[in-house]
Design a protein around this ligand. Structure first.
Ligand code: GSH
Length: 338
């Protein structure tokens, strides 16, 4: 029996992820009308959101901070969705808007899947260009190359794309989206299948990563970014709030060391705000946490402990170099750090 085909007792309800509605691409040749151009676009994210966080990490690793500016939404949406309440006067200082919805409205009158982050917005017109999170980071890696920093890594190397795509598809199905299917299931059977699937995939990934430092090849790739964004949220929100609790990340020696290795790599952990992550999930999903209470734990200091993964070899940035420090205004506040 497949997921969602449960009997009366368990129900048929299964979480359905909405699709990205705006799939225009910003490319080197500008074929969709949106050429890569320094300073033209604004990346709107929530640091709570795993899909948006991929873009925040890629942007850091590739050194696109000066070319592509960043807007950080309040981790807690209201019924008008993502808001710029963290900014002075509650307005994004570059786009001049209070709600991300205003950029969506400038682009279209009808968008059945609603407002979501990440969102790439054209600054001169104020219009949304794309909310296609699956494509966004691949384009940052392959289309924005003219604006990459010196020493930027190749996050999507041509020779490894098939393998990267295969790993990412499995990770998406069972892990990135699997935790959501478990967390939002409204029937016992869909929950159990999704939860079991998360841990089956974790087991396979743990075996894969026992003797190799990164998922594909010997350098950091897009596949590592996509696994990391789920792992870094795992013990803080998916284990309790989404009931993915067969074990904690910190209880798997290999995956925990792998995740800490990435966390301690410039461009990964320096983008993570545990305060935003915890408040978003626990305060926004009132269907599964009606009181809105945000748990005090877990202790996040373990993220900074030695991981010893260098012993496996690997060249984090290949022939390139690590990114420099986080630009001052983008530093994660102490309340959100490990
Ligand atoms: N479903 C989104 C994928 C990204 C996503 O799910 N983002 C979430 C945050 S993690 C979001 O913005 N959801 C809308 C909301 O919560 O208002 C899409 O189709 O592009």
């Amino acid at each position: 029996m497949g997921v969602g085909e449960g009997n009366e007792e368990y129900g048929r309800r299964e979480f359905q992820r909405s699709r990205s509605h705006f799939t225009d691409r910003v490319t080197a040749d500008g074929r969709d009308g949106w050429p890569v151009e320094a300073g033209r676009y604004r990346l709107v994210v929530s640091r709570a959101c795993p899909w948006a966080s991929r873009g925040v990490i890629s942007r850091r690793l590739l050194g696109l901070e000066n070319a592509l500016s960043l807007a950080i939404a309040d981790p807690v949406q209201d019924d008008r969705s993502w808001r710029f309440t963290l900014d002075p006067d509650g307005r994004d200082p570059v786009l001049g808007i209070r709600f991300l919805k205003e950029a969506y409205d400038a682009r279209a009158t009808d968008y059945p899947d609603g407002v979501s982050v990440p969102a790439l917005v054209d600054v001169p017109s104020g219009k949304l260009v794309s909310n296609d999170y699956q494509r966004l980071t691949l384009d940052l890696a392959t289309e924005w190359t003219a604006l990459h920093r010196e020493g930027a890594p190749d996050l999507y190397p041509v020779a490894l794309r098939d393998e990267i795509d295969t790993v990412m598809a499995e990770v998406y199905e069972d892990v990135n989206n699997g935790v959501y299917r478990a967390g939002f299931a409204t029937g016992q059977k869909p929950y159990e299948e999704a939860c079991a699937g998360v841990f089956r995939r974790f087991q396979a990934l743990s075996e894969r990563l026992a003797r190799r430092r990164y998922l594909v090849g010997d350098t950091i790739t897009e596949a590592d970014i996509r696994l990391f964004t789920t792992l870094v949220r795992f013990d803080a929100v998916y284990h309790g709030h989404f009931k993915c609790n067969l074990w904690k990340l910190a209880e798997d020696r290999v995956l925990w060391a792998y995740a800490r290795d990435l966390f301690q790599t410039p461009g990964f952990g320096d983008t993570v705000d545990f305060d935003h992550i915890k408040r978003h999930y626990h305060q926004v999903h009132t269907g599964i946490n009606p009181t809105g209470i945000v748990p005090l734990g877990p202790d996040t200091s373990g993220w900074l402990t030695p991981h010893h993964r260098e012993e496996l070899g690997g060249r984090p940035f290949g022939d390139g170099t690590p990114p420099g420090p986080v630009p001052g205004p983008e530093a994660v506040p102490p309340t959100g750090r490990a």
